[in-house]
Design a protein around this ligand. Structure first.
Ligand code: ZN
Length: 225
C-alpha cells in the first residue's frame, strides 16, 4: 500500500511537470503581450498614415483654390475694384487656412514617424522572443516526451502494484487517498506519522509486527512500520 502511495505521489508530480511543459510549448504570456503591443502600434501607424493622406488632400484642395483666386486676381478677368478687394480677402483667408493645414500635416507626419519607429521596435521584440522560443522548443519537446514515457512506465507499475493488493485493501487505500494525504503513514515511535497522536499499545504492536492492517483510531490512516 505504501508502494502504491509512493507511485501515486511520483505520478502526480510527473503529470504536473508535463502540464507545465505543455503550457510552455503552447505559448507564453511574454510573447502574447509583445504581439499585442506590436499589433496595437501597427494599427496606430496605419491610422496615422490615413490621417496624413487626408490632411494632404485637404492642403492640396486649398492650394488649388489659391491658384484659382490668384489667376482671377492677376489674370485681368476681374476689374471691378470691389470684386478685387473681395478676392484679395478670400486669398488671404485661404492662404491662412493652407498654412494651418500644412502645419497640421507636418505634425501628423512627425507623429507617424515616431509611431512607425515604435512599431518597428515592437516587431523586433516579437522576433527576438520567437527566436528564443524556437531555440528552446526542441529541448522542451524532448523533455515532454521523456516525461510522457516515464508517466506510462509509472502507470504500468502502479497497475501491477494495485493488482497485487487484496481488493479490500485497495478499496480502503482509494477511499482514504481521496481525503487524506498521505493516506498511509509510517509509525513514528508509538505515534501515528500522519496525525502525530499516540496509538494504542495493541495498534503499535500490530503495526510493528506488520502482519495485519492497522488504522489510526484518530485520523483513520493506515499505519505501517
Ligand atoms: Zn493518525
Amino acid at each position: 500500500m505504501l508502494e502504491l502511495q509512493d507511485l501515486d505521489d511520483l505520478l502526480a508530480a510527473r503529470r504536473q511537470a508535463a502540464r507545465a511543459v505543455e503550457a510552455r510549448i503552447a505559448g507564453s504570456p511574454e510573447l502574447d503581450a509583445a504581439r499585442a503591443r506590436a499589433a496595437e502600434l501597427g494599427a496606430e501607424e496605419r491610422t496615422l498614415e490615413e490621417r496624413v493622406a487626408a490632411a494632404d488632400r485637404h492642403a492640396a484642395a486649398l492650394r488649388a483654390r489659391v491658384k484659382v483666386i490668384d489667376r482671377q486676381l492677376y489674370g485681368g478677368s476681374v476689374r471691378n475694384p470691389q470684386d478685387l478687394l473681395i478676392l484679395q480677402r478670400e486669398l488671404a483667408e485661404v492662404r491662412e487656412r493652407l498654412s494651418e493645414a500644412d502645419d497640421a500635416e507636418l505634425g501628423l507626419m512627425e507623429e507617424g514617424e515616431a509611431v512607425a519607429a515604435a512599431a518597428r521596435d515592437a516587431a523586433a521584440a516579437v522576433a527576438v522572443i520567437e527566436g528564443e522560443r524556437s531555440a528552446a522548443a526542441g529541448d522542451e519537446r524532448e523533455r515532454l516526451e521523456a516525461l510522457r514515457a516515464e508517466i506510462s512506465r509509472l502507470e504500468r507499475d502502479r497497475a501491477a502494484v494495485a493488482g497485487a493488493l487484496p481488493p479490500a485493501e485497495l478499496a480502503l487505500y482509494t477511499r482514504l487517498a481521496t481525503r487524506l494525504h498521505p493516506a498511509v503513514a509510517r509509525l513514528q515511535g508509538d505515534s501515528c506519522g500522519g496525525c502525530h497522536l499516540p496509538l494504542a499499545v495493541r495498534e503499535v504492536r500490530a503495526s510493528r509486527a506488520g502482519g495485519e492492517l492497522v488504522q489510526c483510531s484518530n485520523c483513520d490512516r493506515v499505519v505501517v512500520r
